[in-house]
Ligand binder design. Structure first.
Ligand code: SF4
Ligand code: SF4
Ligand code: SF4
Length: 321
């Protein structure tokens, strides 16, 4: 199904849900104020529904809003956000009966930073970007440049295992066939794995010296749902509020442990970091460790206990020896 057809059906469903009182709010995407961007739209007004869009730039993981909105909510989800919702249900943060899920089979999203690198141009200078199957056509200065989708999709999309939502009330379209490139998706992680421990330490020291403690990575993450984050605790005070690299690194280490078994590799924390710290190298590595050690993937079964509340005799136990 093309984006335009999907949009029409999405708007029809969303309007019907609001009119019939099936939901109090709709959460979806509307065009952003900048070119090739979208922004979350949260509304209870049916006149807003015509602003809903589906395109290759619907980056936000909208499930992050579910823990904040009271009432029944209709939500549009891609594969990764869908798994975040299931994970939130497992953690008793969201009640399934209070949400109506519209699933969008996802073909992967376009990373504008990669486009800028390939073309050596700012996104504002581009005339158009269109996706057609495994090709992406970019028009700049009136000329078309064609790329393979694998060259411009986000790293996390290149190894996405579940692009089609598994838990939904309405699925808009057929299961998506995603173009993947697992080697490209893991390139940054492999570079780090090839380093010595000392080199890796120096690498992260350098990266976290640039962290400005804005906590955007925490704010966009649906797996970061604590009412009071440990970084703001004062009794006991786990971290000093000063932006030293040691505190910044410790924040991310503890955050990664907190999201272990909840992270769905949606890639949002890395995307929003204003100083481009490669946070996915940590979160994806943790995702892989959880899978290898506990054969657990986040958000796959809403009736399963969360990772850290269930134990099996076969679980790895080296860490408590
Ligand atoms: S990770 Fe998968 S579901 Fe999520 S945006 Fe990328 S391709 Fe879509
Ligand atoms: S840790 Fe990052 S990649 Fe994982 S769910 Fe949170 S925002 Fe998404
Ligand atoms: S988004 Fe980046 S700069 Fe902001 S707190 Fe997270 S790591 Fe630091």
């Amino acid at each position: 199904m093309k984006n335009r057809e999907t949009e029409q059906r999405l708007r029809h469903e969303a309007k019907t849900w609001l009119e019939q009182g099936k939901v109090d709010y709709i959460i979806g995407f509307e065009p952003g104020s900048l070119k090739f961007t979208t922004t979350p739209l949260i509304t209870k007004d049916r006149d807003d529904i015509n602003r809903l869009v589906i395109n290759p730039f619907i980056v936000n993981n909208l499930s992050v809003y579910l823990t904040e909105i009271k009432g029944r909510v209709g939500i549009i989800t891609k594969g990764c956000d869908n798994r975040s919702i299931i994970s939130l249900i497992q953690d008793n943060q969201v009640v399934r009966e209070n949400i109506v899920i519209m699933g969008i089979p996802c073909p992967g999203l376009i990373d504008l930073s990669k486009v800028e690198l390939w073309l050596g141009r700012d996104r504002d200078e581009l005339d158009d970007i269109t996706r057609d199957g495994d090709r992406v056509v970019i028009t700049v200065d009136g000329k078309e440049r064609e790329f393979s989708a694998t060259e411009v999709l986000f790293d996390n999309c290149l190894s996405c295992e579940f692009p089609t939502p598994q838990e939904y009330d309405v699925l808009l379209g057929e299961a998506s066939s995603l173009v993947t490139d697992k080697i490209a998706s893991r390139k940054k992680i492999e570079t780090l794995e090839a380093m010595s421990q000392e080199q890796r330490w120096q690498f992260w020291k350098g990266e976290f010296s640039r962290c400005i403690k804005c906590y955007a990575c925490r704010s966009v993450c649906p797996a970061c749902f604590c009412n009071r984050c440990f970084v703001e605790e004062t009794e006991p005070q786990w971290l000093l509020p000063v932006p030293r690299w040691q505190e910044n690194l410790m924040f991310q280490i503890i955050r990664n442990i907190h999201v272990a078994g909840r992270c769905t590799d949606c890639g949002e924390c890395e995307r929003v970091c204003p100083v481009n710290i490669p946070l996915r190298s940590l979160t994806k590595k943790m995702y892989e460790l959880v899978d290898d050690l506990f054969h657990y993937q986040a958000g796959m079964d809403k009736s399963a206990p969360p990772l850290l509340t269930a134990y099996e005799y076969t679980d790895a136990e080296d860490f408590i020896r």
